[in-house]
Design a protein around this ligand. Structure first.
Ligand SMILES: C[S@@+](CC[C@H](N)C(=O)[O-])C[C@H]1O[C@@H](n2cnc3c(N)ncnc32)[C@H](O)[C@@H]1O
Length: 370
């Protein structure tokens, strides 16, 4: 048994059952959890996220930040909170691209994993949080790292690349008798799924997937909705922007099938069942966008095209053709950028990710989030 499995079994023996989101939370973030290991750097080694494909994603995020900064009338300070910052790769490439907003930029890496915070701090020149969040103008860009979202209120942007999929969902299943919550219990010393009736989860499931067929499962993005409310409340002006894989509707995920939307990853490939080897594999959930009520939603490929990725790729293709015979650093950089642009806009991969935005400020009364 892994240390996380032992801990889950101990808790199950005390409580009877645990909810799936509690178990996934322990599997990812407790001592012995997937993101606690100091050897792990985000998903590097398992699969690449957009910032890890290369510096191009950071160049384009820098352009997007400049656009939002201009829309906000060029505030100084301009606070960018990067939630789920991992090892700080995106921060490094945005800062290296020197966007126009740089002198006003206060970049706050927020990372739940202490091991990854330490790696980010060794990769970026970090300043004390009070210095970065103190409110004085000029002197940017400056960077700090925290374990949770700062309270604010700030003017700026809260960014999350592949964060929401790592916020554990509640799992519900449509049974012949109605909806049931998938919880975790014990059978002769083994951790097993247990279906438990839950009026609260039934109401939520009926709202988001009323037509689901018997046997189908859907996620309820409770933790993601709580995180989003906190992120929006930290902004007095600006936007929350999340890039992630998912679907426009919960019903689509129900049709995709349980192992189509709750996936595990371990060392270069798909992992085992979600209850197997707790703590040794990443567990990720496709984002049900309808439950989070974004004000805009578009595929990453379209967003990056709007930010000018095609022109950058065409320019690099020209440089590569001119300099391929010379084979110098400029030629190699150009070739690598062309490959990055292809990967970031691949309709069967990163290009199909969803870019979701919400305005800053408290979540309006009556908003029907999860
Ligand atoms: C899949 S990784 C993405 C890392 C990075 N954004 C990237 O795109 O390469 C998700 C990260 O979110 C972190 N995380 C999960 N929940 C968090 C939370 N509530 N606040 C901050 N970080 C969180 C995890 O520890 C992990 O490093």
């Amino acid at each position: 048994m892994t240390p996380v499995e032992e801990e889950v079994l101990r808790l199950v023996r005390g409580w009877g059952t645990l909810s799936a989101d509690e178990v996934i939370d322990l599997a990812l973030y407790s001592e012995g959890g997937f993101y606690a290991g100091s050897g792990r750097a985000g998903r590097r080694g398992d699969f690449l996220t957009s910032p890890e494909v290369g510096p191009l994603f950071g160049v384009l995020v820098g352009r997007a930040l400049d656009g939002w900064w201009r829309d906000l009338d060029r505030p100084d300070p301009f606070v960018v909170v990067e939630a789920g910052a991992g090892t700080g790769t995106l921060a490094r490439s945005v800062l290296a691209a020197e966007p126009e907003c740089s002198p006003a930029l206060r970049w706050v890496c927020v990372e739940r994993s202490a091991a990854l915070r330490t790696q980010a701090a060794s990769a970026l020149p970090m300043e004390p949080p009070a210095h970065v969040l103190g409110g004085a103008a000029g002197g940017g860009p400056v960077v700090t790292v925290l374990d949770d979202l700062p309270a604010g209120p700030f003017t700026g942007v809260v960014l999350g690349n592949e964060l929401l999929d790592n916020l554990p969902p509640v799992i519900v299943e449509r049974t012949a008798g109605g909806w049931a919550e998938v919880r975790v219990g014990e059978d002769h010393g083994r951790l097993v799924e247990v279906l438990a009736p839950s009026p609260e989860m039934t109401r939520a499931a009926e709202r988001w997937a009323p037509g689901a067929s018997v046997g189908s499962r859907v996620p309820l993005a409770r933790q993601a909705a709580r995180w989003l409310a906190q992120a929006r409340a930290s902004l007095e002006a600006g936007w929350v922007v999340c890039v992630d894989y998912g679907a426009a509707t919960t019903a689509e995920l129900g049709e995709r099938g349980f192992d189509g939307w709750l996936r595990t990853y371990r060392a270069h490939g798909r992992g085992g069942g979600w209850l197997e080897g707790l703590g040794t594999q990443d567990i990720t959930c496709d984002v049900p966008a309808d439950q989070l009520q974004p004000s805009t939603i578009e595929p990453q490929a379209a967003w990056l095209r709007w930010l000018g990725i095609d022109a950058l790729a065409a320019e690099s293709r020209g440089t590569w053709h001119e300099r391929a015979a010379i084979g110098d650093l400029a030629a190699l950089r150009a070739r690598s950028l062309v490959a990055e642009a292809q990967a970031l806009t691949d309709e069967a991969g990163l290009g199909a990710f969803l870019v979701l935005t919400w305005p800053g400020g408290p979540t309006p009364e009556g908003t029907r989030t999860a």
